[in-house]
Ligand binder design. Structure first.
Ligand code: IMP
Ligand code: MG
Length: 178
């Protein structure tokens, strides 16, 4: 275990089983339809890589990059699009792939933004949901794992760009950011 991590919340094996479950559910729901997975960089890149291989059927991917946090462990509420989609989503089923739903402000902004582009549907798949933290009612059809209100890192999730490479998800020692 990394010395800055105080507790492992989800092991690589638990994450793997969860992602496979989510993939099977998405495959069943979109059977016979095309779906475009939109990954929110950077945090969701690891989840996306595993999720796309757990989905059977016609899948395409695109990327967006937004920033809601600076080098701080709390949401600023300000969402900035750093990189937009390459293609049009008009008339397509899109599924936003997120690493973690905290306040929900990032997703609320993204869903609204994408819905204004004329897609057939906009769904959300998040690997993690922070319990009791949502300040807004974003509906998330696919939720992987519920985590306590702690700052977590690993499996793509960072603090100040570090720890994305950890194969598990763990609680970051508050001494790192206080
Ligand atoms: P929200 O707008 O508060 O829902 O924040 C969503 C984004 O903040 C996520 O996509 C992450 O990139 C980041 N984030 C929120 N909580 C954590 C955490 O515990 N660890 C790492 N990143 C987080
Ligand atoms: Mg993110």
């Amino acid at each position: 275990m990394h010395e800055d991590v105080t507790k492992i919340l989800f092991s690589a094996e638990e994450i793997d089983a969860c992602v496979k479950r989510m993939g099977a559910q998405i495959s069943a729901d979109f059977a016979g339809e095309k779906v475009l997975l939109i990954t929110v960089l950077k945090g969701a890149f690891v989840f996306m890589a595993d999720l796309v291989r757990a989905i059977e059927g016609d899948v395409e991917i695109d990327f967006m990059a937004v920033s809601s946090y600076g080098a701080e462990a709390k949401s600023s509420g300000i969402v900035r699009i750093i990189k937009d989609l390459e293609g049009s989503i008009e008339g397509r089923h899109v599924l936003i792939v997120e690493d973690i739903l905290d306040s929900g402000l990032t997703l609320r902004y993204l869903s609204k933004n994408l819905k204004s582009r004329g897609p057939l549907s906009v769904g959300v798949a998040t690997l993690l949901l922070k319990e009791g933290k949502q300040e807004t009612d974003v509906t998330c059809k696919y939720v992987g794992l519920r985590c306590p209100d702690e700052f977590v890192v690993g499996y793509g999730l960072d603090y100040a760009e570090r720890y994305r490479n950890l194969p598990y998800i763990g609680i970051l020692d508050p001494k790192v950011y206080s």
